[in-house]
Every structure is written in C-alpha cells, then in structure tokens.
Ligand binder design. Sequence first.
Ligand SMILES: Cc1cc2nc3c(=O)[nH]c(=O)nc-3n(C[C@H](O)[C@H](O)[C@H](O)COP(=O)(O)OP(=O)(O)OC[C@H]3O[C@@H](n4cnc5c(N)ncnc54)[C@H](O)[C@@H]3O)c2cc1C
Ligand SMILES: *[C@@H]1O[C@H](CO)[C@@H](O)[C@H](O)[C@H]1NC(C)=O
Ligand SMILES: *[C@@H]1O[C@H](CO)[C@@H](O)[C@H](O)[C@H]1NC(C)=O
Ligand SMILES: *[C@@H]1O[C@H](CO)[C@@H](O)[C@H](O)[C@H]1NC(C)=O
Ligand SMILES: *[C@@H]1O[C@H](CO)[C@@H](O)[C@H](O)[C@H]1NC(C)=O
Ligand SMILES: *[C@@H]1O[C@H](CO)[C@@H](O)[C@H](O)[C@H]1NC(C)=O
Ligand SMILES: *[C@@H]1O[C@H](CO)[C@@H](O)[C@H](O)[C@H]1NC(C)=O
Length: 494
Amino acid sequence: MRLVSVVVPLASSIATVAAKCVSAGCHALNEPLGDAVFSRGTPVYNYESKNFWSNTEIMSPGCVFRPQSSSQLAEGLKALVGANAEFAVRGGGHMGIRGSNNINGGVLVVMSNLTTMALNEDKSILSVGPAYRWSDVYAFLAQSDLTAAGGRLGPVGVPGLLLAGGINFYGNQVGFGADTVINYEVVLADGSIIEANKTSNPDLFWALKGGSSNFGLVTRFDLQTIKSSKVWAGTYTVTARYVDRFLDAAAKYASDIYDPKSHIVPAVVPGNSTLASVILFYNSDTESYPEIFKPFTDIPTISNTLGFKTVADFAAETGEMVVEGINDVFVAGTVKGTTYKELHQGISIINSTFFSQLPKLYKQIPAANISTIQLDWQPIGADWMKASETAGGNALGLDSSKVYLCYAEVVEWIGSAYDHIVAEWIEETTYAINNATQKAGLYDTFNYMGDSAGFQSIFPGYGEKNHQKLISIAQKYDPHGIFQKLMPGGFKVY
Ligand SMILES: Cc1cc2nc3c(=O)[nH]c(=O)nc-3n(C[C@H](O)[C@H](O)[C@H](O)COP(=O)(O)OP(=O)(O)OC[C@H]3O[C@@H](n4cnc5c(N)ncnc54)[C@H](O)[C@@H]3O)c2cc1C
Ligand SMILES: *[C@@H]1O[C@H](CO)[C@@H](O)[C@H](O)[C@H]1NC(C)=O
Ligand SMILES: *[C@@H]1O[C@H](CO)[C@@H](O)[C@H](O)[C@H]1NC(C)=O
Ligand SMILES: *[C@@H]1O[C@H](CO)[C@@H](O)[C@H](O)[C@H]1NC(C)=O
Ligand SMILES: *[C@@H]1O[C@H](CO)[C@@H](O)[C@H](O)[C@H]1NC(C)=O
Ligand SMILES: *[C@@H]1O[C@H](CO)[C@@H](O)[C@H](O)[C@H]1NC(C)=O
Ligand SMILES: *[C@@H]1O[C@H](CO)[C@@H](O)[C@H](O)[C@H]1NC(C)=O
C-alpha cells in the first residue's frame, strides 16, 4: 500500500492517511453501499474475516463488503475500480492459499448473501449462488431425489470448485462439475452483468470452466441436476500390511475404468500406524459391492462405512474429516499413462518418494502438532474426458487418449509456528516427486487447481493453446486487467 502525502492541515492529513491505511476501497464503497460494508470490530467483520477453511488463510482486510445482490456487487466493483483499490473475493473459503481469497488492508468481498437456490420447472436445472457450500446444495436437491456434480466433502464451497473444474462422484458419467454448468451470470470489471452460455458469450462460457477468477465475478451458476435417490458409497480402510495390495488395486482401477457408475479416491495415511483408505462411490440404489471394486473390497478391512445413502448424507459423512480451526495445505501433481504397468509405476514412485521425505518433517514438527498427513490419487480416464467433450469442452486441456492420475498431498497441523516448515517441506517433496516421475517418463504438467499450493503454476499445464486463449478472453472481457491487478489473489492467466 502506498501512503500519499497531501498538503492539508495536520489533523485532517492524519485522518486521511489513517483512512487510506484501512483502505481507499472501503472509503469508496461506504458512500453508495454503506449498508453492505462492515468495518473492523463489527460482528459481521469478525465473523466473515475468520470464515476460512485453514488458519493460514486468515489475514486483516480493511473492511468486508457483503453485497446483497449481483447489482450491488456490480456497483461496488465499479466503485473499487474507480478508486483504483485492491480487493479479494471469497466464496466458500476452501482455497488453502494465503492471499488467494483474502487481503491485508484492502476490501474483502464475500459472497455470503448471494443466495439464489432454485430449480427450474422440470427440475433439470439448479440455479445456485456463490454463497453456498456443497452440503447446502445436496440437502436442497435431496428433497426432490436429485443431486449435482459437486464437491465430495460437504463443507467445500460451490464457486471456487466449479471455477477450478470440479472433481466429483459422477465424473465418469458427466465429466467435471464445470461441464454440467449451462449458464453463468457474471459481473464484469466495468460493472455490467452478463450471461455466459453456449450461445451468449460462448468464449467466456468456455473460459469459466477451469479459468477461475480471471474474467469476472460469478453471481449465479445454472447447472444440470442428476436424478439420485440413494447411492452405494462409503470409506473402506485397511492396515499398513496391505498397502502394496491396495496400491495395486488403485492402479488396476485407473488402467481400466470400465464401469462409469464408479468413482474412487484412494489414499495412504502415514502415521504411527500407517493406513490405506479409499472412498468408494457407486451410482446405484440397488447394487452393492460391484465387480469393479473387488480388488479393494477383497482386502480385509478394519473399518468400512459402505452402504446405501443419499449423496447429501455421504458428503456429510466425508465432511466429518474436515477439522476446523487448524492449518492446512494441499499440493497437486500428475502422472499420465495408459497401461497398468505405467500407472502402477507412477503411483509407486509418488508413494515411495513421499514416504522417504517424511522423516524430515517429523524431525521438525512434534507428532502432537501434526493433525493429518495424506497422499491421495484421482484417476481421470477416457469416459470422464469424453463426457467433458460431449458437454462442449472446458479449458483444462486434458487428452482423452491417456489416463491422468492426479495426486494430492495433504498436510494439516496445529500452530502457525510451523507454517514455514511445512511450506518448505511440501515444495521440496513435490519437486522430488515430480523429478522422479519425470525421469520415468510419466510426469505431466497438469496441476489440478483445486488441490494446488501457492508455489505451483496452473495454466501452463492446460497447454500453450488453451493458456493463450484464456489470456485473450481475459483481455477481451476485462481490457484493463482489473482481475489481475486490483484483485491480486488466486491463480492468474497472466
Ligand atoms: C476439504 C476439501 C475438500 C475438497 N474436495 C474437493 C472435491 O471433491 N473436488 C474438487 O474439485 N475440489 C475439491 N477441493 C478443492 C476445492 O475445489 C477448492 O478449494 C475450491 O477453491 C473451493 O471453492 P471455495 O468457493 O470454497 O473457494 P474460495 O477459496 O472461496 O475461492 C477460490 C478462488 O476462487 C475465487 N472465487 C470465489 N468465488 C468466486 C466467484 N463467485 N467469482 C469469481 N471468483 C471467485 C476466489 O477469489 C479464490 O481465488 C476440496 C478442498 C478442500 C479444502
Ligand atoms: C447474509 O449472510 C450472513 C452469513 O451467512 C447471514 O447471517 C445473514 O442473515 C445474511 N443476510 C441476508 C440479508 O441475507
Ligand atoms: C444465454 O444467454 C442469453 C442472453 O443473456 C439468455 O437469453 C439465454 O436464456 C441464456 N441461455 C441459457 C441456457 O441460460
Ligand atoms: C508405499 O510406501 C510404503 C511406505 O514406505 C511402502 O511400505 C510400500 O511398499 C510402498 N508401496 C509402493 C507400491 O510403492
Ligand atoms: C505417535 O507416537 C508417539 C510416541 O509413542 C506419540 O508421542 C504421538 O502422540 C503419536 N502420534 C499420534 C498422531 O498418535
Ligand atoms: C502444538 O499443539 C498444541 C495443541 O495440540 C498447541 O497448544 C501448541 O501451541 C502447538 N505448538 C506450537 C509451537 O504452536
Ligand atoms: C525438479 O526439481 C527442481 C528443484 O529441485 C525444480 O526446480 C524443478 O521444477 C523440478 N521439476 C519438476 C518437473 O517439478
């Protein structure tokens, strides 16, 4: 922040400087929109400025702007641009990267009051505002025996997930969550409110499917609903002695995803007693233990929650894994292959490199201050990518002749004193993993945005052509680069 020296009587000069410190943006907003602007010390400020997934995201914004409508957001955005004032935007607050959705001194724009939630007449389309978490969406839709292609853990936010892509239980049938969006309402940098869909602003429609916050602020997503009364799903956990068999099962599944009703999230969880645990999801209200899961479900289990349940209940169950009020980081990476042998080798290199780095972390952080360490894999195969193509495509640039195994490292800890230790460790570990998979010819530059850490880059991994296209679309809809310059947080196309 720059302090401007002004030639005015002393007392008022100090007042001006103090106001600037709180933020020129807060001042500019206060004039027309005072009712929606909350300064430090107010209950709304205290609530909203702490409403983030990870402690590492908490900062000290000058004020909170909580618009009640898209037109109020548009008016606010115009005021911020007019004042050349920096701001951050927070949806569900689950991007665990400091400064991606928050700001020191500037304006924190929160989506909490953009609460559209309505089905169209034939219930095929849900209009949903960016205020919501997926648990809210699933609970609403369950009343009509419906669901949607969203987050697998209930607490995750709707907007950030859909703007990143959206890995979901139904991926092998519908593609990414973003592929199910048929229309976006967007506030542009000039304050206009437009719709982006297949026929109206189709370039922006494509760009929003993976391009994040580079083009405008989305105030409504219209997405296809999915008929669903119950599904067969749960978490299936085995002990350390079966880890190799478990990882075999993961590679086998990834190399031949022959049943598109299935979805898995296999993970190893190191600790005093290392465990391996897989989320199994099957889109059927009658069939349990399908053939495709046998390589997992034939392994003796120590804990198993499999059963018929609604997606709403299942996302609430998985959501219990989310521990509030601690410090967390996710890191992403990808290996690519076609055969069981390649995919198994990719999994094994990631697994072995990750475990070999762990002693360095344990040496620096007491066990009592480590909440969770986890390594998981997300297979994305041909059916998934073909469903994306059928829906009209997205910006992610994946090639359906290959299988992508996107891995995510998760570290959760107690005490900000350890933030920099974890940050250094994950960076070093990720480079070690990626150097090893690259040497084996299995590395891919794709990093899934939703799981990426702040040091990682996203858009080069979408391919040069898509990256360039995203840049030109950003420049077309936001010629002054407001969403890059005045909104510094998040992943930027340029
Ligand atoms: C526990 C957990 C589970 C997860 N599970 C999944 C999963 O199953 N599948 C998956 O794909 N991902 C998953 N993710 C990743 C998730 O998709 C991202 O964290 C995503 O950013 C969450 O969205 P949000 O609205 O909560 O994020 P925020 O942190 O609020 O926003 C993310 C980014 O989008 C911007 N933004 C937010 N709202 C808007 C808007 N309306 N218009 C324009 N820009 C906006 C923000 O400025 C920020 O840069 C998970 C994350 C966590 C922490
Ligand atoms: C705005 O959002 C907050 C937080 O979710 C909520 O408590 C409040 O009732 C909402 N206000 C309006 C007018 O919708
Ligand atoms: C696409 O946008 C146009 C123009 O705003 C709108 O009239 C139309 O209903 C939209 N289509 C969909 C599918 O929402
Ligand atoms: C994964 O790592 C664990 C811990 O080092 C090891 O016991 C196991 O054999 C590894 N499995 C594979 C397939 O790499
Ligand atoms: C692991 O074991 C050590 C030593 O027995 C103990 O201090 C620590 O709290 C344990 N950690 C967890 C996560 O249980
Ligand atoms: C370690 O965790 C404990 C709670 O388990 C906490 O009280 C303590 O402050 C943490 N240590 C540091 C250095 O943050
Ligand atoms: C390999 O490691 C170096 C640092 O050790 C890093 O700069 C480089 O990006 C890594 N390669 C990959 C593919 O991550």
